[in-house]
Structures are given as C-alpha cells and as structure tokens.
Design a protein around this ligand. Structure first.
Ligand code: TXA
Ligand code: MG
Length: 344
C-alpha cells in the first residue's frame, strides 16, 4: 500500500495539510496521527468498512474494542448515554490524556466496541489531533499506532517502522507529551468510577473530581485483569522480544545488588537504571542507560517505550529499575510489570 507521509509542526500548524488527511478519513482511509499520549492509528469511527482497516493494519484481534476520539464535549452526548451531572465532571478533564467508558448509543458501530454495549471516548489535547477530528467531521476510532503486541509508538521513527506501507496516511507531529497511553476509566459500574488502565491522569486527580475511585489490583499490573470489563488487558501488551527483568523499587543498596546479581546471568545485558544510580553502575563497569529519575516520574514515562524499543533485540536482557506506585508511576509500573518476564 502506498503511504503518504506529512510532517506538521504542532506549534505552527499548516491547516491545509490536516485538511488533506481529514479528507482521507472521510474517504474511509487510515491515518496515523500524533496525540499527547502516543501516536494513534485512526479511521472514521462511524464506518464499519473504515474501522476494519485499523484491525488489519495492526493485526489486532477483533474482540479488543477501540477508543472513539472526539473534538468537543458535546460529542459525548451524541455517542453515549451520559447524564449532565456526570458530563460536568468529565468536562473538567477535557481535553486531556483520559478515556471514559460509557453506555453507547446505537450510532456507534459494533466493530468499534467489539460488540459491547459500552464505548470508550476520549478528547485528546494535541492540537493536530483535535483539528484532524474537527475537519473530518466524524469521530475517529483509534488504537495506538503500533503492531499489536509492540510498545506504543512515541517517536516518528516508531510509526514509520510499524505502519509505513500498511496505512494510507502518516502525520508526523513533533514530540508526544506523555509517552504513555491515556488513563481509562469505566463510568458504567455503579456510582464509583473504576480505573481500567492507569495513565497520565493520576488517581488523586480523579478523586478530586469524582470523589471515590476504585483501583483494581490488575491496574497495578500485578494480577490478571477482569477481561469482561477490560478486554484489552487479555493480550500480552508492550512485550519486547528480549527478556525484560523488572527490579521493583526498594532500598537503594538492595536494588543495586539485585540488578548486579541478575546481570551476571546474561552475556550482553543492558541495565535501564534510575539517574540516581548511574554512578554506581558506571563504577562497576556494566552496560547501562538512564531510563528516568526518582525526581520526575513524567520523564520516566515519556522515555519508557522509547527505551524498550531501542534495546529490544540488541541485547540479551533488559534489566529495568522500577519506581513507586504513585502518580503516573502507577501507569509506568503497570506497563513494566506486564512487559516483564521476571520480577525481582
Ligand atoms: O492514549 C491512548 O489512549 C491512545 C491514543 C492513540 O489515544 N490509544 C490507545 O488505544 O491506547 P488502545 O486501543 O491501544 O487501547 C484502548 C484500551 C484497550 O485496553 C481497550 O481494551 C480499552 O481501551 N477499551 C476500549 N473500549 C472499551 C470498552 N468499551 N470497555 C472497556 N475497555 C475498553
Ligand atoms: Mg495499544
């Protein structure tokens, strides 16, 4: 398939370029576009024919539903049964890196929701994404723009590697802000919202708005998910081909010891460490790279998938140092625990 690649500077948007891509959406074609979380692989979310192409390009199983991306708050009323009181709360987080699961209206095709009576809706904050949806005049169904089972794409080289030749259009749009997928919240299970997938919007922020919030054990990535509520969790996500060993956050000496001990089991491992530990690994003469710091978990999140892709298949093991389960750290650790073949 011939893929058209265009570059758009989010700080100086050429609208004509986005309009061209929006026309492709109108013609039921597939368009990769940047969001503030990760790149998405989009198509007209009201067209079964268009949405099918997404599943084909990614090799995604049909029983894993997609997120419907919208450009305004009003669209929530159009595609879901949401009360005004709930919408007022939801609105406080829009646009942003958060997705809401709600009862779907008839107009949303079953292929988007994998036959479920709920639909996931998100209003992204990225200016290119918002304009693309607006110009297309339809909601855009989009999963992350990676081959199924690979880490989500955070850099242009990732989308080109995974999607070139498989989609009609690729919009390259600068750096992503968060590097980790949106927080997914289920608003259909009674009064208390449930976090199905932790993301950039941390539980504390959600508690401020919704009061009580339920964080199931699987949101931490420690146990298997309830597949009925959260179908996407069934598949082994973010899985590098090289074994990934996760060392959970603990006392600094203990952590470094565990990492060094584990590294002896391999010929050519890389240690993806915290900035604060780098001097120690340097001293021991082992192969390491800094993945993040204890100071700023957002930096860790934005580099996470980039690092996994960078070293996958270049080493015989990736030994990764973890952070605490707080703030966006919950999302980082959820992804790492799910990608790991061994946790220490
Ligand atoms: O940040 C993001 O959310 C990115 C960008 C492109 O927007 N998108 C993304 O999509 O991560 P995807 O398809 O990779 O992940 C969507 C998640 C999956 O875990 C899926 O199972 C869940 O949302 N989901 C979608 N519809 C659902 C529904 N009706 N009920 C429960 N979970 C749903
Ligand atoms: Mg995905």
């Amino acid at each position: 398939m011939e893929t058209i690649v265009v570059e758009i500077d989010p700080l100086n948007i050429e609208e004509s370029k986005i309009k061209e891509a929006a026309n492709a959406i109108k013609e039921d074609k597939t368009v990769v576009f940047p969001t503030e979380t990760v790149y998405g692989l989009g198509a007209n979310g009201l067209s079964e024919n268009a949405v099918k192409k997404i599943f084909d390009a990614k090799g995604r199983p049909y029983d894993n539903p997609l997120i419907l991306h919208v450009a305004d708050v009003r669209s929530f009323l159009e595609y879901t049964y949401i009360s005004y009181t709930l919408l007022e709360k939801v609105e406080r987080l829009l646009p942003g890196p958060v997705t809401f699961v709600l009862k779907k209206k008839e107009i949303v095709p079953n292929i988007v929701t994998a036959g479920k009576d709920t639909v996931a809706v998100r209003m992204p904050a990225h200016p290119v994404a918002l304009k693309l949806i607006k110009f297309a005049g339809v909601p855009i169904a989009a999963p992350s723009a990676n081959i199924s089972g690979k880490p989500s794409p955070t850099l242009s080289e990732h989308v080109l590697k995974d999607m070139y030749g498989k989609v009609d259009y690729i919009i390259i749009g600068g750096l992503v802000q968060f590097g980790i997928e949106s927080t997914v919240i289920d608003l259909t299970q009674g009064k208390v919202p449930i976090i199905l997938r932790p993301g950039p919007i941390p539980p504390e922020k959600l508690k401020e708005i919704f009061g009580d919030i339920f964080i199931p054990e699987f949101a931490y990535g420690r146990t298997e998910a309830d597949y009925v509520k959260s179908p996407g969790m069934k598949y082994r996500h973010y899985a590098p081909n090289t074994p990934l060993i996760l060392v959970e956050q603990s006392h600094f000496d203990l952590m470094i010891n565990k990492v060094l001990e584990e590294s002896k089991n391999y010929h050519n491992p890389i240690i993806l460490c915290l900035k604060e530990h780098a001097n120690y690994f340097k001293k021991y003469g082992v192969n390491f790279d800094i993945i993040g710091s204890e100071e700023n978990y957002y930096e860790f999140a934005v580099k996470l998938f980039e690092m996994l892709r960078k070293y996958d298949e270049k080493v015989d093991a990736m030994i990764v140092e973890g952070i605490e389960d707080r703030g966006i750290g919950i999302a980082v650790m959820n992804r790492l625990r799910k990608a790991a073949c061994k946790i220490l």
